[in-house]
Write a protein that binds this ligand. Structure first.
Ligand code: ADP
Ligand code: MG
Length: 339
């Protein structure tokens, strides 16, 4: 069952947190809300969960209105499961009791099998404080999934898990969620996490969605430079229209560097890929600040004349005592009119 947000706006007093948000989290898919702290992710999730009242617009589930300015059923009356950053298990209850808590009496015996599904087989008698952060988060996931809600809302669910476990846990979680067939909306500020787990990503900035799409769609046609910059190795540098191409702090770039045409503007945000850049030892003034070997390639940090920095990943040898310009591969740079 798909979860749809229609023209949602929200303010906390004078603070406008969300502006005209519309998108659909498709049934059985994982949709990530991705954006920096304060961009409105938790507010959006809270409106669907019933933690906040809808002020403007509506949230629908399938054919039914879940909440709008007139009706706001409490969280427990919505067919929605919630998972938060810190798991929020009941500390005085065993794991089995935690998982059984949301289940009807007849189904309470299923708690152990839900714990097994998240890799906590045989741990039902333990208390939360006897578990690692990652295990607690798994238990919180089991508790949210056990009642088999049609919708699962997750706010930074892996943020308190150590970095090493995090990737493993979220990949397992993705499989479990897909198998359960739940419609999932997951909040994260970490682009790598969104790309790792999401079927679709809503990229948010300042209370708005700037692009909604699959990871492939965002990669192939980013709406802004900042959307393109969620992918590893991508970076944004400034450039202006020059006589024969683009003037950048790292050299003059020919128009053949561009994917598509140059927008009609005097100044640009240029989206470039670290492995699509070539350092040229031509004495043009970019100094080498760092050369970091990373296996087959080096990661090189160069600094342009005006102090701007650019990261290049290259297999070519780079001499820290020389100065360089940086040249992009043909068809590798996207130009966006400077906002
Ligand atoms: P995110 O989850 O993306 O970090 P939030 O939805 O928590 O963002 O917050 C969005 C904006 O609303 C921020 O500017 C935040 O400071 C503000 N905000 C959130 N909750 C409250 C609140 N209870 N009272 C006042 N302002 C709030
Ligand atoms: Mg938040």
């Amino acid at each position: 069952m798909s979860l749809e947000f229609r023209h949602i706006a929200h303010a906390y007093g004078e603070v406008r947190a969300l502006e005209d948000i519309s998108f659909t989290a498709p049934a059985g898919e994982i949709t990530c809300l991705l954006g920096a702290s304060g961009c409105g992710k938790s507010t959006l999730l809270g409106l669907a969960a019933g933690l906040l009242r809808v002020q403007q617009g509506e949230v629908t589930l399938g054919d039914e209105v879940l909440a709008d300015a007139q009706r706001s059923p409490p969280p427990e009356a919505r067919p929605v499961g919630l998972v938060f950053q810190d798991g929020a298990l009941f500390p005085h209850m065993t794991l089995a009791a935690n998982v059984a808590f949301g289940l009807p009496k007849a189904r309470r015996g299923e708690a152990d099998s839900w714990l097994a599904k998240v890799g906590l087989a045989g741990m039902g008698a333990r208390y939360p404080h006897e578990l690692s952060g990652g295990q607690q988060q798994r238990a919180a996931l089991a508790r949210a999934m056990a009642p088999e809600p049609r919708v699962l809302l997750m706010d930074e669910p892996f943020a308190s898990v150590d970095i090493v476990l995090r990737r493993k846990l979220r990949r397992e979680c993705r499989i479990l969620l897909r198998e359960a067939g739940a419609t999932v909306v997951l909040v994260t500020h970490d682009p790598a996490e969104a790309l790792d787990i999401a079927d679709r990503i809503a990229v948010m900035e300042g209370g708005r969605i700037i692009q909604f799409g699959t990871p492939q769609e965002l990669h192939h046609a980013p709406a802004t430079a900042s959307v393109g910059a969620i992918f590893s190795g991508a970076q944004i540098i400034s450039g202006t229209r020059g006589a024969e191409g683009l003037d950048t702090p790292f050299g003059l770039w020919p128009l053949e560097s561009l994917i598509g045409a140059l927008p009609d503007a005097p100044a640009f945000d240029l989206l470039v890929q670290a492995d699509g850049l070539v350092p040229v030892a031509d004495g043009r003034g970019c100094s080498v600040r760092d050369v970091h070997p990373m296996g087959p390639r080096d990661r090189v940090l160069l600094q342009g004349a005006d102090g701007a920095a650019i990261t290049v990943e290259t297999a070519l040898p780079v001499d820290p005592d020389k100065t360089y310009s940086v040249l992009p591969d043909p068809n590798s740079v996207r130009a966006f009119a400077r906002s």
